[in-house]
Design a protein around this ligand. Sequence first.
Ligand code: PSU
Ligand code: MN
Length: 291
Amino acid sequence: MRAVRVALESTVISHGLPRPANLVSARACEAAVRESGAEPATIAIVDGSVRIGLADHELESLAGRTAVAKVSLQNLASVCGSGGWGATTVAATAHLAARAGIRVFATGGIGGVHRNAETSFDVSADLTALGTTPIVTVCSGAKSILDLPRTLEVLETLGVPILGWRTDAFPGFYTRSTGLGVTAAVVTAEDVARIAAAHWDLGGRTAVLVVVPCPEPAAIASGEIDSIVDEALAEAAVQGVRGPALTPFLLGRIAERSGGRALAANLSLLENNARIAGSIAVAIAERLQER
Ligand code: PSU
Ligand code: MN
């Protein structure tokens, strides 16, 4: 039997992590998926073509390149038409993965409603994609560069179930809990497979979001980097950074200023999420075979 695939995003490689940690992380995520018995498919645009799975030399090339567009739903077609390279966000990765028949996707953190969205209207297309794409998306929540309560409100409006992996609390990426809630807690990959099957059997057309707290040793205490996040937000405002550039700008500033703590947490949770996504993909495949 062909191994069941797990999609991995590439914006984190090109725009979310510094070199050379980005390549180390991309390879570690692929290895973690394999260790769970599934096949990784890192999704990206190579010379204008959508690629569902990259060869290792392509992964290396992507990680080393500077001219790589950040590809979301809006510019997917135009980047393909331009013949260039593109790194796919959660939105574009989920969309392309589901079209390719992949049921599970692993990432670090999702985009969401930005702070001050009431004036900027900046709401990530990740939420649009999660609301329209049937794929299990494993992440560590979203980080406090965003307005997390509003992000959860939009996910509720869209009807996206949020399953807390061994937790009742929505994680805040670096921090294991935000004090916000989830739809239900789950303990095993089979729990996720059963709930996702029920969601889709009952006519649900959205993603099922699985939120996994950052592993304990690398996680950062709540409040510990709030001032760094606030400084990054203030700096973005002063410099007028907006639109698709905003998220990479904020992530870069936080990574620089946290003395390596943010980076270590990011790498740890990415690999952990990939491993759990692999086990969920295997559980879903086993359920389908039993029927
Ligand atoms: N959040 C993170 N790390 C990331 C991103 C978000 O903690 O690397 C990336 C993801 O690829 C996500 C994208 O899909 O940023 C969202 O960008 P925007 O807010 O411009 O939609
Ligand atoms: Mn945006």
